[in-house]
Design a protein around this ligand. Sequence first.
Ligand SMILES: Cc1ncc(COP(=O)(O)O)c(C=O)c1O
Length: 295
Amino acid sequence: MGGNKARKLEFILADAKAKGADVLITTGAAQSNFAMQMAAAGRKLGMHTVLVLFKGQHPEVQGNLLLDQLLGAEVRIMDVGLTELNKIYEAMKQVADELGRKGHNPYLVPPGGDMPLGTVGYVVAAREIYRQLTDLGLTANYLVVANGVGGTQAGLALGAKYYKLPFTVIGCSVALTKDECRYLCAELCNNAAKLLGWGITMSPEDLTVFDDYVGEGYGIPGKACIDAIELVANTEGIFLDPVYTGKAMAGLIDLIRKGRLTSNDSVVFVHTGGVPALFAYSKEISTELKPEFPS
Ligand SMILES: Cc1ncc(COP(=O)(O)O)c(C=O)c1O
């Protein structure tokens, strides 16, 4: 149910396993898709998970947090904001030290799995998308994807460049400014390329990111996002999520409406998951969907 993080975890947890880790530690918002998927993947490999989460918009036991509990993850929620992540990193380090003293071998993973190894998962995905299109006799000149901290877009863009694939990757930011996204993405591209032994580099200017669809901020779905979720459910029977893919789809719709993407373009929307958060956001979403409901 979580989505894109399985591709990153395939590589990250292989490294954890190779290093003999028995406990995984990460962070994110209370409704983090990555945290939940890491707990699930850890279970599959017989590893315990500690999640040091910040409250975010929905710290109630719903959506991903409910799944974290079902997965038996140890959840610690801290009352800190997005600007105080250093307090969270400190707490993660303390947990790792504590566990180390008890004879465990903890493995720390950055939020969203945004590390070069995770990016490699999406390098592979770029080639896979191209092959699937080719098998279907199709081609695409754009991929559209949500950009959180950038690892997903970085992997797709690096894969597209290295394998000379015909598409440009468009990222729709859900939190950061365009410049922040492009800088972080380029850094992840370059570190992943180094890891793969590829002699190519990418600069922020090589990456296409729009930050017009962030709305009021990370984890706050605006009307355009909720309208996009409703439209795709109603026309395709597919569920988007209120934090990532809803905003990215709002971006794709807007780019079409503005004529930046036309019927001459062929676009693949990369659905990166996140569906469990829909349930945690039921109040915002159902109110937006039924504004004229009689009281
Ligand atoms: C559902 C979903 N889509 C997209 C993203 C963005 O991924 P990235 O941080 O690699 O940009 C995330 C990250 O948490 C996510 O959970």
